[in-house]
Design a protein. Sequence first.
Length: 105
Amino acid sequence: MPEAATAKPAYFMVQITTNNLEQLSKRYAHAAIASLMTFGGEMIVGTPAPTVLEGAWEGSWAAILRFPSLGAAQLWYNSSHYQPLKELRISELTESGQILLVEGL
């Protein structure tokens, strides 16, 4: 069976804190979404106000990104397309955050 037929999807779970959601959207999000789409990814959820059922919400943006496989997700995250955007997000547009990559079932 080809790998694409047997690969499990992979998901980035994102929780970040920014002081300026407008700048994050304008300078990072649109370009990052276009970039991940070239690797087969999609943003399936994004919100500044998730419903917290357990624990504490420390961020100002939550998102879930889906990729067809763990390999595709890692290729995008480490790609030359994404690196300038990642650096911009980390160094200028966010104060803190957690980015988790998990393989689906």
